[in-house]
Design a protein around this ligand. Structure first.
Ligand SMILES: [Zn+2]
Length: 182
């Protein structure tokens, strides 16, 4: 909400003392006279606060409808030009707050994913039967037109979890007349 100058606060306090029921009206007209636009839309809030004959159930239903087209961000209190969007937790948020919320959700997902990877690595390294296989391909000679061919060969290297070599061999993947074969 906009920060109000001291004279407005004093005017409101004075009227509240004289006639509590009139205070919001004076507050609004004094703000308008001072050229202030209030955020969130105090006028809209006050119109909804007017005593009503509607039942509690009707008011709740109206409230539920309002959240799909509200102009007041429930996080920062901004009064954006475009309607707020509903976040996953049901709060109506302005574009900026919705963006921040999406980023925080993504951050939490990334943290959880990193934790998963760490736990998987820890579990694998704890297994005495762990073997790591690396495959390095020798690219095939491209055709005259430059089209890539399948790899000509592959070097297979396997180590155990202490880094000791288990296997190291290069295998040919193409026929004996293929150019550049190892
Ligand atoms: Zn906001």
């Amino acid at each position: 909400m906009a920060h109000l100058p001291g004279y407005l606060v004093e005017a409101v306090a004075a009227v509240e003392q004289d006639d509590p029921g009139q205070a919001p009206v004076v507050w609004l007209s004094a703000a308008a006279a001072a050229g202030l636009r209030l955020y969130p839309d105090v006028g809209a809030v006050l119109r909804e606060a007017v005593p009503t004959a509607a039942t509690a159930a009707q008011l709740l239903a109206a409230g539920a409808r309002r959240t799909t087209n509200t102009r007041t961000c429930e996080d920062c209190g901004a009064h954006p030009e475009t309607p707020c969007t509903l976040a996953a937790d049901g709060r109506a948020l302005c574009g900026t707050c919705a963006h921040i919320t999406r980023l925080r959700t993504r951050q939490a997902e990334a943290r959880a994913a990193a934790q998963d990877v760490a736990e998987t690595a820890y579990r694998l390294l704890a297994d005495e039967h762990l073997a790591v296989l690396q495959i390095d391909y020798t690219p095939g000679e491209p055709t005259a037109a430059g089209t890539p061919r399948p790899p000509a060969a592959a070097r297979l290297t396997a180590i155990d979890r202490t880094g000791t070599d288990l296997y190291d061999r290069t295998v040919r993947l193409t026929g004996p007349r293929t150019p550049r074969r190892p």
